[in-house]
Design a protein. Structure first.
Length: 142
């Protein structure tokens, strides 16, 4: 259960940032991020990607079989579903507007962070990346 604490902390921060944005409030940290070119998209990439990476680690890189998609990291689809619901909820908030590019930034962040986390887990376990393993493995006899 303690493995979920970092993800829970980041989730709480994301919920706070969503509430702040919904109420039209401002914060120095978020203001700094938004002042950067593409700062909003960078924030989406880092926050949702970080949440997916932490959840994937906490769930020990568990996969789920989804129709049409096959095996997908459980953390990836959970975080992407949450982000899609959050973007859709902006339709009902006067101070915000949904953005498909935000969803794409979320998707990219989730994909990159889950892939990097799984690569690090394989590396720490002493197993090389799949492409290197495929090249160096001897051919199987016929």
């Amino acid at each position: 259960m303690i493995r979920f604490l970092p993800a829970l902390g980041l989730f709480a921060f994301i919920c706070w940032a969503i509430d702040l944005a919904n109420s039209g409030g401002h914060n120095a940290l978020l203001g700094l991020l938004l002042s950067l070119p593409l700062g909003d998209k960078i924030g989406h990439f880092l926050l949702y990607g970080g949440l997916a990476g932490l959840l994937d680690w906490a769930w020990r890189h568990r996969d789920t079989r989804l129709p049409l998609l096959g095996r997908v990291p459980t953390a990836a689809w959970v975080v992407l579903a949450f982000s899609a619901l959050e973007e859709a909820s902006q339709l009902f908030t006067a101070t915000r507007s949904p953005d498909v590019v935000d969803l794409l930034a979320n998707l990219l962040g989730v994909s990159v962070m889950c892939a990097c986390g799984r690569w690090v887990a394989r590396w720490r376990a002493g197993v090389s990346a799949p492409s290197a393993r495929t090249r160096s493995s001897p051919p199987h006899p016929p």
